[in-house]
Structures are given as structure tokens and as C-alpha cells.
Design a protein around this ligand. Sequence first.
Ligand code: NAI
Length: 250
Amino acid sequence: MTNYNLSGKVALVTGGSRGIGRSIVLHLAHSGADVAFTYRSRVEEANALVAELQAIGRKAAAFQSNAADTTQSNDVVQNVIKDFGRLDILVNNAGITKDGLLMRMSEQDWDDVITTNLKSVFNFTKAACRQMMSQQSGKIVNISSVVGVVGNAGQSNYVASKAGVIGFTKSIAKELASRNVQVNAIAPGFIETDMTEKLNEKQKEGILTIIPQKRIAKPEEIASVVCFLASSDSNYITGQTINVDGGMAM
Ligand code: NAI
């Protein structure tokens, strides 16, 4: 699937049972990593994915947990370190949308999106970084969004969370640089998943007009960049946000 060698590495992906997260899990495993992932609700899909990873010879585990919950997130990280023996790669992928114009946005929708998309990144990064610092190596990849770079009407909660992820990435990259832990973000454009499936045909047509490459991407096109940022090929890159968006933001 990719040319990156992640043999012997242990990876943890949040929100790994479907969409972009699932593709990231598979790409990391096919690159040689043992992979643990979290998911919110789809037990059968999560178990099937664990079986798929084991079938290619990888150690794998799925944890049902809410990434917005600090205690649950800590527990996941500690269990991964205990079961897998180390932690080399963290991919903060879990995310939701609750769109609406600010005038109609409820406090609950604001809080849900900020805690799921941004506090979750704090939760997992804080829990994982101690282990990475003591290993003197690690890779953290945060999934932001193109709208976190350019803004989007009707998504102020989501955009604030994703712009927050970019700022957090830069700050933690500076904090962990001397410990040989690289921290980067990816800002995907429009990717074919359940998240974008919610859009109607008119919205999808509108989106195509603002993508220079004139197509929506597949989850694999994000996963391959994650593998690059998780590999030693990117050791001199930290604090960056890579736009993978067909040219939307440039
Ligand atoms: P999706 O809706 O298909 O999958 C979201 C994943 O997050 C699922 O695995 C779900 O279980 C997990 N999740 C949601 N809330 C959670 C919680 N509280 N705790 C643990 N896991 C939770 O979405 P998709 O499209 O795969 O998105 C993945 C990431 O990529 C998200 O952060 C999203 O914001 C981002 N993204 C997606 C784009 C797209 O066009 N699909 C564009 C830009 C960014």
C-alpha cells in the first residue's frame, strides 16, 4: 500500500473503525506497524477490522471509548502501552460535525464539537507524550481540515476546533522537538466518507467548483500522507500542516 517501513512500530489511531481513520489503520498495518484504535459505537466493524489486521500478521486491538473523555482516553493509552509494550505513533483522527449558522448554533453543538475534535487531541497527546519522551522518539499526526485553514460559513464550531488543532500542533511540536518527537497536522479537503455523505447533491456540486483538481478524494489519499509523517522519511518535519485538498487552500 505504501513504501514506508513501520515494522516494529506501535500505532494508536482515534476513531479508527470507519472512514479516514479506518484507512489510516489499514495503511499503518500494511506498512508493518502493530495498531490499536478507538471507536465510538460500531462494535462489529471494529472487531472485523481487528481480525483483518491480525490476518496480515499484525498485533491489533480496538477500544470502545469516548475521545472527549479525559479519563477514558488516559486508560486507552495506558492499556496500549501495557499490552503492546511501547507507543511510537499517535494519530488523532476522531471528529464530528454539528453544522449551523452561529445565530442558530446551540451551546451544546458548540461544546460537543470542541470537546470531540479539540479536547480529544489534548487528551490523547498528553497521555501519549510521556511515553514518547522517555523512548526519545515518537510521531504525532493530528487530522485537522482545510476549513480550519480558510474558514467556512455554517461551521464555526468545527472550524474553531480544527484551527485549534493546528495551533496545538505547532505548540506541542516546539515542546517535544528536543525529545525527538515530531508533531504534524494534515488538513484534508473533501474526502468520501460518512461525514461528507450527509451533504446533498447541490452542496457536493458547489464544493467541486472550489476544488482545482475537480474531484473529491478517497480516504487512502490521507492515509498515505499519515504513513509518511509516521515514518523516519519525515524526521526533519515538525509543526507543519500539510494540506491534502486538491489545491483548495494555497
Ligand atoms: P467519519 O464520520 O466517517 O468517522 C469519524 C470517526 O470518528 C469514526 O470512527 C467515529 O467513531 C469517530 N468518533 C467520533 N466521535 C468520537 C468520539 N467522541 N470518540 C471516539 N471516536 C469518535 O468521519 P471521517 O470523514 O472519516 O473523518 C475523520 C477525521 O477527518 C475527522 O477528524 C474529520 O473532521 C476529518 N476530516 C474529514 C474530512 C472529510 O471530508 N471527510 C475533511 C477534513 C477533515
